[in-house]
Design a binder for this molecule. Structure first.
Ligand SMILES: *Cc1c(COP(=O)(O)O)cnc(C)c1O
Length: 372
């Protein structure tokens, strides 16, 4: 058996002599253990349902989230799309957050592929959607043929574009109850569910409990190279499995991916608190800089959002200048810059980042009328 030598364990950017990658936790590389596991995993044809490593990953994920079943998907986008299509008939309505990944970043897939109507509702600063807004969107006369019939509410935790804020189980349970009273299901986009559970101090199963289906990404902070899982009650997962094939997501020896995913779920969730501490450290460093403003404020998970209020910079020029000095970040909605911590970012990288950004804002622009 060949033993692969994987990439070296994450070192600080200084030690690597490269750059600090803060654009996303999707830039994490598979660990050496993952590459070895991929090379030695028992494989089969998963479209025939015969890949034992995929089956093991799916059982593991269902168990961790306290659900009946799971289905491995090539991406979170496909997992969300399969979930919406599994819950909504053609012409049905999916109620979504205006700031949700599902609505903003997934190419309108459920409208294109399933004739589903999205009804986007405002996300509050804490990532939730007001229950009164949900109630209004869900209340239609089902006997009246004029209306699209609501079939799904989709929520996100943590809610990325609201600052990576974790939406908790008590709110999710209320939203689920409301959805069910109106004959609709609840889907939870939990791309970073383990970050949310870590921040809230609850188990992944407690957070997943109110939802009929949950999407989790293996390829974000958990370091797997590819893959997401749709997890939930047996009927919905069965329908999603058929939809996955229709969308071209039926994969053959997918155990190669699943072997990495098993390690993502067993070895990598416990270290996410470290990423949250690094995000908090970054936020503390940035909050002391002139011309830089945290928005919404200190992070709860692994994302720091901020605005630059310095007449020498636009958002773009600031990002470009930081990149030239070895710090990579990106604009993410409403003129804010996002910095995401992950396994490839060390505490030393964080301190280096603060120094680089401080230099871009120095000397401070005098406040008008200050004169001292
Ligand atoms: C990344 C992400 C997705 C989509 O996952 P991909 O694997 O990139 O398609 C969905 N929802 C949220 C909240 C995400 O962050």
């Amino acid at each position: 058996m060949t033993t692969l030598t994987g990439p070296p364990a994450p070192a600080s950017a200084g030690e690597r002599g490269t750059y600090v990658e803060l654009r996303s936790d999707t830039f994490t590389l598979p660990t050496p253990a993952m590459l070895e596991a991929a090379a030695s995993a028992p494989l089969g044809d998963d479209v025939y349902g015969e890949d034992p490593t995929v089956a093991r990953l799916e059982r593991l994920a269902a168990g961790l989230l306290g659900k009946d079943a799971a289905c491995l998907m090539p991406s979170g986008t496909m997992a969300n799309l399969a979930a919406v299509l599994a819950h909504c008939p053609r012409g049905g309505k999916a109620v979504v957050g205006r700031e949700s990944d599902l609505y903003v970043y997934e190419a309108g897939g459920a409208s294109v592929c399933g004739g589903v109507v999205y009804e986007p509702l405002p996300n509050q600063p804490d990532g939730t959607i007001l229950l009164s807004d949900l109630e209004e969107a869900l209340t239609v006369d089902r006997a009246d043929p004029q209306f699209a019939v609501p079939a799904l509410v989709a929520l996100e935790s943590p809610q990325n574009r609201c600052g990576g804020v974790p939406v908790g189980p008590a709110y999710l349970a209320e939203a689920a109850g409301l959805a069910r009273r109106h004959g609709a299901a609840l889907h939870l986009d939990g791309a970073r569910l383990f970050n949310a559970a870590t921040a809230l101090g609850v188990t992944p199963a407690e957070l997943a409990a109110p939802a009929d289906t949950v999407q989790i990404c293996l390829s974000k902070g958990l370091c797997a190279p590819i893959g997401s899982l749709l997890v939930g009650e047996a009927g919905a997962i069965g329908r999603a499995r058929r939809i996955r094939k229709l969308l071209g997501g039926g994969m053959r020896q997918a155990g190669v991916i699943a072997a990495c995913g098993i390690l993502a779920l067993t070895e990598m969730t416990g270290r996410l608190a470290e990423d949250h501490e690094n995000a908090a450290r970054l936020a503390r460093g940035l909050s002391g800089l002139p011309g830089l403003e945290l928005d919404p404020g200190p992070p709860a998970t692994n994302m720091v959002f901020f605005r630059v209020r310095d007449p020498r910079h636009t958002t773009r020029s600031f990002i470009d200048a930081a990149r030239e000095r070895g710090v990579r970040m990106e604009e993410l909605g409403h003129g804010r810059i996002r910095a995401v911590t992950h396994a490839g970012v060390t505490t030393t990288d964080i301190d280096h980042t603060v120094n680089v950004l401080r230099a871009l804002l120095t000397p401070p622009v005098p406040t008008p009328g200050g004169g001292r």
